[in-house]
Design a protein around this ligand. Structure first.
Ligand code: MG
Length: 344
């Protein structure tokens, strides 16, 4: 009888899928330790980067995979189909692989799922593939019984080749941190939809493939690190980049682009946009001498119009984010996970 009364300490919680400290701890303890011990020549699972990379001749083959469980499946600005394509395309781009060679798509459906919804999701995936110039070339379909799954889960995998492999651990003191546009739109749009919050202004997810945007800057040189601030938001991604690179990051709060709609919903829900998922943005570390050229190239692209320098890497406090509020400085805590589960 005592077993039933004992709290389920040995059970997975939603927090462990939230993209923050809790998830990283689970992955590091359970998966990475053993997988990373298997013989492999390249950037593997132990690096916990946006994808893995295998040297082939003078190029790198980049591979990445992502499963999508977002709720609701249709949200302002996108749906589970669009995010399934864009999430994988963007993870490849963050490693420098901006030309997608091929993608896979595996769908798990719940018995009773609407065929009309599935058709809409498929149309959305194809449209995103065209935008990203990313072909889906193989896939898999499974159906589970009613109640055994909540509607639909989509897994995609992508591969691409690059001569310019970019990691998330290459920051040095003096590098600038650029964000490619306003933050928090995806997470707060989904949360607003989930909570039935009516808005005066538009609050749409930023979900978009940003491989062409990233391709426009890689030729310039001076890019030292990249990461897309998805689950856990900018705060989580910057913590990962700073700790892996062994630098501190001074983040200028007033320089971080936030739209009035995101600010309003964030305040209403008591959630800091820095902790919220983005699905069409990148954080880019850039050498000081290349900042102007990179910023100009980003701003010349429709998805980078509002790109901004938001921080600088420093030698002090490696692994920490020092938030400069304009009135003083404080450490920005690494989030435990996304404020709400099932955001992508
Ligand atoms: Mg990523």
């Amino acid at each position: 009888m005592t077993a039933l009364l004992t709290p389920p300490a040995g059970r997975i919680t939603l927090k462990q899928g939230g993209g923050g400290r809790a998830m990283r701890a689970l992955i590091e303890k359970l998966f990475v330790k053993d997988f990373a011990a298997l013989p492999f020549d390249g950037v593997g699972v132990g690096a916990m980067d946006d994808g893995a990379a295998i040297k082939i001749g003078d190029q790198w083959l980049v591979i990445t995979t992502d499963s999508h469980v977002i709720h609701p499946i249709f949200f302002p600005g996108g749906d589970i189909g669009r995010i399934s394509i864009c999430g994988t395309v963007n993870d490849l781009a963050m490693m420098g692989a901006t030309d997608v060679l091929a993608m896979t798509c595996a769908v798990v459906l719940e018995e009773g799922f609407s065929v009309e919804s599935l058709e809409a999701i498929q149309r959305s995936m194809v449209a995103a593939c065209r935008e990203a110039r990313a072909p889906v070339v193989t896939g898999d379909t499974k159906v589970m019984g009613r109640g055994e799954l909540d509607g639909i889960v989509i897994n995609t995998c992508g591969i691409g080749l690059t001569r310019t492999l970019v990691r998330d651990n290459g920051l040095s003191a003096g590098d600038a941190i650029i964000v490619t546009g306003p933050i928090g739109e995806h997470g707060l749009a989904v949360m607003a939809a989930r909570h039935g919050i009516e808005l005066e202004g538009d609050l749409l997810s930023d979900v978009a493939p940003i491989n062409a945007l990233i391709a426009s800057i890689l030729g310039i040189g001076g890019v030292t690190a990249m990461k897309d601030p998805t689950r856990g938001g900018v705060a989580s991604a910057l913590h990962e980049m700073s700790s892996k690179s062994g630098v501190g990051i001074v983040l200028q709060e007033s320089a971080v682009p936030v739209t009035p709609a995101v600010r309003a919903v964030g305040e209403l829900l008591g959630i800091d946009p820095l902790h919220v998922a983005n699905e069409g943005k990148a954080l880019i570390g850039v050498r000081a001498d290349a900042v102007d050229a990179v910023l100009a190239a980003l701003r010349a692209h429709p998805l980078g119009r509002h790109a901004a320098v938001i921080g600088t890497c420093v030698t002090e406090r490696p692994g920490s984010i020092i938030l400069d509020t304009g009135f003083g400085r404080r450490l920005l805590a690494e989030p435990d996970g996304e404020p709400l589960p099932r955001i992508c």
